[in-house]
Ligand binder design. Structure first.
Ligand code: 4AD
Ligand code: MG
Length: 480
């Protein structure tokens, strides 16, 4: 017999049909002549009530004369893995419409009193130390079902729009962002690194014959495909060796990067807004139970999140058009704000998280897209405006998160691009193939990168980015 997942079973009318359910015990309530087991199989946050009644006991004892029924009952407790055959019947109890009246039971793995997730109300910090077991908690089960649905929604959105999914490389020789936050990839012996005559590392002897590292972004490779297939996107892991121990940064995170031929910065903003709204709507439509859980209980886990705030926030974002302002306008607003910032606001310096959040949460009270940043604080590939000072970059800022998307119209002019590479002190020869796209059939194009984990923070209301990725990597932590 094939098992039916509990998510599916909940939708079935109970007509005494025979079913097989398999999962992990959440709780077990024992009474003198009946026992109720709440079983979860991960397919939903909901549990199926398993009823072990007097009939079951009599039949079990007759079939297993050498076994102690009391011991069996003890073995079925929080964390145990079991398999149950029974009949789906209407439930007399409160809280569920159907339940499984057991006729057969198999214990794969009995209750172990050392199971760390037995007590309710474990903190997120505690669960972070049990990264390998935390998916079994209600909270993390919900996070990762939502993560899966959101990933699917991303593919669905772009596929429906005629975008092609391109797999850009993980190991690369070019630094897209030019920020130097790279994890090197090498097979050179670390205790005896070969050096050239002038004392540099001799990468000639390394695996790739040159210096290589984990990618910080698939954008540059993505651009070469946009100049061929038109509209493309990448969705994969990216890596940054920035030593920032914050609740919004990971050393390994997934990024979605669409890149579109013939798009200008306006079209880029339109797409970004439509895209985020689509994914939010999809998750609201397909993860109702998990969102309901966060809506009701999220505030008990995360500081600064109100009860019944999450769904209202998601709906609010769906309903309102994102505010679009330039960096220069943003600076003016921040400078005339009565709020005192830790970092002073000055034209030319990057917006800090506190500034971004002021714009979104206090001033406009909705998502904001900031464009036209000073060229010196943005990457080399962004298209230079006619003023010669600003570039056509855009950051999408979200409540509670700050920057969720970073993107730009790209510089399509060969000479201007080379000039920017030199101005930023980057090695032109490393970018020869990228520059070729500006020599052959160059055309206006744009793209952006969405930090998938940051979107998940918004979708779930989780306030620490380490709690929305299965196995977070951050400074001094690569356990699991
Ligand atoms: O703004 P970023 O650095 O932009 C790029 O990498 C561009 N190449 C994207 C493009 O235009 N194709 O990063 C994009 C997004 C940020 O807005 C943020 O959401 C996320 O990636 N991000 C991080 N998420 C988690 N941990 C980190 N350390 C992150 N750094 C960036
Ligand atoms: Mg950015």
């Amino acid at each position: 017999m094939k098992r039916t997942k509990i998510a599916e079973l909940i939708g079935h009318a109970p007509e005494n049909q025979k079913v097989l359910v398999q999962g992990w015990v959440k709780s077990h309530r024992e009474y003198p002549d009946v026992s109720f087991v709440a079983l979860n199989d991960g397919s939903t946050i909901k549990t199926m009530q398993i009823v072990l009644d007097a009939n079951f006991k009599a039949e079990y004892e007759a079939a297993h004369p050498d076994q102690d029924y009391k011991e069996l009952m003890k073995s079925i407790n929080t964390g145990a893995a079991i398999s149950v055959v029974g009949h789906l019947v209407p439930s007399e109890g409160k809280g569920q419409t159907s339940e499984v009246k057991a006729t057969g039971l198999k214990v794969f793995s009995p209750f172990n009193p050392d199971f760390p997730l037995q007590k309710k109300g474990a903190t997120l910090e505690f669960l972070r130390e049990k990264m390998h077991l935390r998916p079994r908690s209600n909270t993390f089960g919900a996070v990762f079902r939502i993560r899966s649905a959101a990933a699917f929604a991303i593919h669905k959105f772009f596929t429906e729009k005629g975008f092609f999914y391109v797999h850009t490389p993980i190991i690369t020789g070019s630094d897209t962002e030019g920020a130097g936050e790279l994890f090197h990839v090498t097979t050179l012996p670390l205790n005896n690194i070969p050096k050239t005559a002038d004392g540099e590392v001799d990468y000639e002897q390394d695996f790739f014959g040159k210096s290589a590292h984990l990618t910080v972004s698939g954008q540059l490779n993505g651009e070469t495909f946009a100049m061929a297939l038109g509209d493309i996107y990448t969705f994969g892991p990216t890596f940054r060796a920035e030593n920032s121990n914050t609740s919004r940064h990971l050393a390994e995170f997934w990024m979605v990067e669409p890149e579109m031929a013939f798009y200008d910065i306006e079209m880029n903003q339109d797409l970004a807004e439509e895209f985020i709204k689509y994914v939010i709507q999809y998750v609201m439509d397909h993860c109702a139970d998990d969102l309901e859980f966060f809506d009701e209980f999220g505030h008990t886990l995360n500081q600064g999140v109100g009860k019944r705030e999450l769904k209202a926030r998601l709906n609010f974002v769906l309903k309102h058009k994102f505010k679009r302002i330039t960096y220069t306008e943003a600076v003016e607003i921040l400078q005339s704000a009565s709020k005192k910032f830790e970092y002073p606001v000055k034209w030319g310096s990057d917006l800090q998280s506190e500034h971004e959040r002021y714009l979104v949460e206090d001033h406009f009270k909705k998502p904001v897209i900031v464009t036209d940043y000073p060229k010196d604080i943005k990457a080399f590939y962004m298209k230079l405006n006619d003023d010669g000072k600003t570039v056509r970059g855009m950051d999408v800022l979200f409540p509670g998160i700050g920057e969720i998307i970073g993107g730009s119209q790209r510089e399509e002019d060969y000479d201007k691009l080379v000039k920017r590479i030199h101005e930023m002190g980057l090695p032109e020869e490393e970018y020869w193939w990228y520059l070729d796209t500006r020599r052959f059939g160059s055309a206006p194009h744009s793209g952006f990168g969405l930090g998938f984990a940051r979107l998940l923070m918004f979708l779930t209301g989780m306030t620490n980015i380490r709690d929305v990725i299965p196995f977070p990597r951050y400074p001094r932590n690569a356990e699991f």
